[in-house]
Design a protein around this ligand. Structure first.
Ligand code: T4K
Length: 421
């Protein structure tokens, strides 16, 4: 434990963790169960192209979310693209900038123009008033993001979409297993896209799904996922290869077997962060706005620099030096990233809440790879940093410790499996 400022790893002290604690360290499937499933894939000789594991995975997702159709694809980015193509979108699509860069990039890659709207300060999801202000004659859809698993304002967005005759789609990459008023995310709007990337609470190594209650959209998505092929010799659409492999689906099924325990672990972690950081000046843990706390896959907090004494970026740097690899998703913000930053027409409305969040939000390590003791240690460093913020800032400024290059960041070395507790 740190008693003096010079013991902080950023000033050369011994790091708190020898092996890093990450945001998004993959939840590993039970190896024996997974190997049995993989063996059955090998025995069957059916490796991809809508095989039995993919169909079982899709049907499990439908059961869990109580949605009519699930179409498994090779990643969450492709899920957004296929869903958007299936809706025949053209022109402009309104999205938040407070999202992972994949959301606008997915649209840009298929010739659509992402238009950034502001977000709500509590949920961090699209602000319906800002969406209305961003609508033009070229707008064909709204793509909300249930960021951190917080449900978008689904009812208000649906009303806006109905009034303006727009499609309503959601990027639900963070929201698997989250509900609002008892209804699962994945069942709203025209369709929703989920990421099943390795860093997500439920994953297929790489992968994604599209969910919809529309038979017509589901048919189209299935066609687009497989080159537009509809029969042995019929090709009825300009599709792509968006298929998920059988082994990937087997991983997904094995993780879904233990999904409730993953949510419990995340919820326990979130509760411990809340307790351990209660009354820490300048740090506020964001509460999930989904039913029962959602899937808690991100432990999100905001740093108020004027109270904490240091900026979010300074705190993240201090924690990362300790091997607690906190993140500052989604800094610098999609609207500040290429290619959008060079064309102001992507930003027709002001983004004051987004700007504030981009400077103040951080994510603490969580998931199965983090235990309660780790969280108390991380909280100790945060509290220690707050108590000594003035001295730390002076030393940070003098030492230039914040000026390291991204390549030096220890989290970019391959993470090792954590030692047994
Ligand atoms: N929409 C939203 C809102 C999203 O958040 C995402 C993806 C998408 C769409 C697109 O879905 P996909 O096409 O990716 O399915 C990560 C993920 O790569 C990305 O999937 C995710 N969002 C995003 C929020 O986070 P990075 O660049 O932060 O990942 P990286 O490589 O730094 O990994 C995070 C940490 O996890 C590392 O510190 C180390 C650890 N890790 C990672 C991997 C991959 C491991 O320990 N083992 C691993 O195998 O983007």
């Amino acid at each position: 434990m740190k008693q003096r400022v010079e013991q902080l790893a950023i000033f050369g002290g011994r790091p708190l963790f020898e092996t890093g604690r990450h945001v998004g360290q993959p939840n590993l499937p039970d190896t024996s169960h997974l190997l049995r499933r993989i063996q059955s894939v090998m025995d069957s000789g059916w490796l991809t192209n809508n095989g039995p594991q993919v169909r079982a995975f899709e049907s499990r997702v439908c059961d869990m979310l109580k949605v009519r159709h699930c179409i498994a694809v090779c990643n969450g980015t492709t899920a957004i693209q296929i869903m958007a193509r299936a809706c025949n979108l053209t022109g402009e699509v309104i999205v938040p900038s407070m999202t992972f860069i994949a959301t606008p990039h997915a649209l840009e890659w298929i010739g659509l123009k992402p238009i950034f709207a502001d977000v709500d300060p509590v949920t961090h999801t699209l602000d319906p008033d800002s969406v209305v202000a961003a609508i033009t004659a070229r707008t064909t859809a709204i793509l909300g993001v249930h960021v951190w698993g917080n449900p978008c304002h689904t009812d208000r967005l649906q009303a806006i979409a109905d009034t303006h005759r727009l499609r309503l789609l959601f990027d639900s990459s963070h929201a698997f297993g989250c509900r609002i008023n008892g209804r699962s995310l994945g069942t709203f709007g025209d369709a929703e896209a989920f990421s099943f990337h390795a860093t997500k609470i439920a994953h297929t190594l790489e992968g994604g799904v599209i969910t919809t209650n529309s038979d017509e959209l589901a048919d189209r998505c299935r066609r687009l996922r497989n080159f537009g092929i509809t029969g042995l010799t019929e090709i009825d659409d300009a599709g792509i290869n968006g298929k998920l492999s059988e082994v990937a689906a087997a991983v997904g099924l094995t993780i879904l077997d233990v999904f409730p325990s993953l949510v419990c672990q995340n919820a326990a972690n979130a509760e411990t962060y809340r307790t351990a950081l209660r009354d820490c000046r300048g740090i506020r843990l964001a509460a999930s706005t989904a039913d029962d706390g959602g899937n808690s896959q991100y432990a999100v907090a905001t740093v108020d620099e004027s109270e904490f004494g240091l900026s979010r970026n300074e705190l993240v740097a201090i924690l990362r030096a300790e091997g607690a690899f906190a993140r500052s998703y989604f800094s610098p913000g999609c609207h500040r990233a290429a290619p959008y930053r060079d064309d102001m027409s992507h930003c027709p409305v002001p983004l004051p809440v987004t700007e504030l969040l981009l400077q103040s939000v951080l994510q603490f390590p969580t998931g199965r790879a983090v235990d309660q003791q780790d969280i108390w240690k991380i909280a100790h460093v945060v509290r220690f940093t707050e108590r000594n913020s003035a001295e730390i800032r002076t030393r940070l400024t003098a030492s230039g410790a914040l000026q390291y290059s991204h390549a030096d960041d220890p989290a970019h070395q391959a993470p090792q499996r954590r030692e047994a507790a």
